[in-house]
Design a protein around this ligand. Structure first.
Ligand code: GLU
Length: 511
């Protein structure tokens, strides 16, 4: 029988979720949905020293914002719960004991200072110490100590850890759905700690026990876990769970825009783009790390950007909705090499997704900004301006800078534009424009004919200079939509007042 697809996103609550982690969650989600499978949110909080308050809630909020939904998880429960490893703590002991009884694990009593001394001893000989099949006999563990001594220490309640016992010189092959077979020799692998005498498992034990008991079929996670995969494969073997071992897919790293190394928060700060989905206030330092949501990215754009960082649909389609991604996603099209983050492309995606919003939705984003600037504008007028200007917007926060002159007459005029455009005689030209506005019907075609054709072209005046000066008078600088459209939007009286003001303030200039 085909096995039901069950995948999990298993973050550790050690801080805000990096967008690399968001991408892992997304790929799991796409895969689950495509196969009619289940998506699980499991919180891996066995390392209490790295626990950060608020991180779990942040992860849940971020994934909800992005539309990455779960069928089971820490926030919604489910038949395989609990879904937070600290709440599953009592479950793990029996599994550590099973490995000990079957000879796949051993007790180790080495104190931190003894391990330190050992490391130093090796360093002195220019070697690196690793607790493994070649060194374990020199250490304080149940393989090296006499059985009675081990029992005495256990009875006396001496702190211990349980370590995995890798067989010597064994080639371990991990079959990865992206990379194919990856083989590592056990001599290179250290005897990882699986369990501690305080009753807490480590990541490795808890992860395998949970994936098995939660009937996970596919483990899709970041490449940084590939070095741990041989241990994980061995654990499945040791427990006798090989038949139902999940299939592995290790995702390529997200790289810096320059391509050299892993994308970090510092790159984001340096280049002005977030590496987190939502703003994060560090509870200890109070430091703020900015998020995509607060920067004004739409969740659909972020999903689209992340989907294409390391995967492609096999053609050059770039704009892909969640529904399309679910249809098209395939592990075969995930690349082996790291994916470079492209800041400009990210902005482009946001632009494209913003354009899908209606003028009305834009107006709703803009109105709070207008209010902040003390402007009460007619709603219909705001909608109209948005319709005209939205094409120039990458982020909602740009609305004010891009459109403020529709709501506020300029009080200053760009000196460079004055120098370039406002030539001697310009006050006469502007007075003529006012005269036309006052006498000709206030209609686009009529104004076009009177100002451009009958006045400028017929008299062979400099079109660029006059029209740009008019723009300077109305806008304060030489930006904005088609000049006459702008005039029609602002209305006759407002336009005349603005041009008159520019004549008064800038005045006539000499050569
Ligand atoms: N807790 C691990 C992490 O934070 C999960 C690794 C895995 O998916 O196996 O990334």
């Amino acid at each position: 029988m085909e096995r039901k697809v069950r995948v999990r996103f298993a973050p550790s609550p050690t801080g805000p979720l990096h967008i690399g982690g968001v991408r892992t969650a997304l790929y799991n989600y796409l895969f689950a949905r495509q196969h009619g499978g289940d998506m699980i949110l499991r919180i891996e909080d066995t390392d209490q020293t790295r626990f950060v308050p608020g991180a779990e809630a942040y992860i849940i909020e971020a994934l909800e914002w992005l539309g990455i939904k779960f069928d089971e998880g820490v926030h919604i429960g489910g038949p395989f719960g609990p879904y937070r490893q600290s709440d599953r703590k009592p479950m793990y002991k029996q599994y550590a004991e099973q490995l000990l009884n079957d000879g796949w694990a051993y007790y180790a009593f080495d104190k931190p200072e003894e391990l330190d001394a050992k490391r130093k001893e090796y360093e002195a000989q220019k070697k690196t110490f690793q607790y493994d099949c070649r060194t374990r006999s020199e250490m304080q563990n149940s393989l090296a100590l006499p059985a009675e001594e081990v029992q005495r220490r256990l009875d006396a309640g001496e702190p211990y850890v349980v370590r995995f016992k890798f067989p010597a010189d064994l080639d371990i092959t991990v079959h990865d759905l992206i990379r194919g077979d990856v083989t590592m020799n056990s001599n290179l692998l250290d005897d990882k700690v699986l369990y501690k005498s305080d009753g807490m498992p480590t990541y490795h034990l808890a992860n395998i026990v949970d994936d098995h008991t939660m009937e996970v079929s596919h483990v899709i996670r970041g490449e940084e876990w590939l070095p741990s995969a041989p241990l994980h494969v061995m654990l499945y073997k040791a427990f006798g769970w090989e038949d139902t071992m999940p299939q592995f897919a290790h995702l390529p790293l997200l790289l810096k825009p320059e391509g050299n190394g892993k994308l970090s928060k510092r790159d984001g700060d340096r280049l002005g783009f977030p590496v987190f989905p939502l703003d994060w206030h560090d509870p200890k330092s109070g430091e703020l790390s900015s998020g995509y949501r607060e920067k004004g990215y739409t969740p659909e754009a972020v999903v689209n950007i992340l989907a294409l960082l390391g995967w492609n649909p096999g053609n050059d389609q770039e704009i892909l909705s969640m529904e399309e991604l679910i249809k098209l996603f395939s592990i075969e099209h995930i690349s082996k090499s790291g994916a470079k983050f492209n800041v400009e492309k990210a902005k482009w995606f946001n632009h494209e997704y913003l354009q899908k919003k209606s003028d009305e939705e834009f107006a709703q984003m803009f109105e709070p900004q207008l209010k902040e600037h003390g402007i009460e504008a007619d709603h219909e007028f705001v909608v109209k301006v948005c319709g005209m200007m939205k094409e120039r917007i990458n982020f909602p926060s740009e609305l004010w800078d891009t459109c403020s002159y529709f709501f506020e007459a300029p009080t200053e005029y760009d000196p460079a534009a004055i120098k370039k455009r406002w030539k001697p005689g310009m006050t006469t030209h502007m007075a003529k424009v006012i005269e036309v506005l006052n006498t000709v019907p206030f209609e686009y075609e009529a104004l076009h004919k009177a100002i451009l054709d009958d006045y400028i072209v017929a008299n062979q005046f400099n079109m660029g200079q006059i029209m740009n000066s008019m723009r300077l008078a109305v806008v304060g600088k030489t930006v904005g939509p088609d000049m006459l459209t702008l005039v029609m939007t602002l209305g006759k009286d407002e336009t005349i007042a603005r041009i008159q003001r520019a004549i008064d303030v800038i005045g006539e200039v000499s050569e």
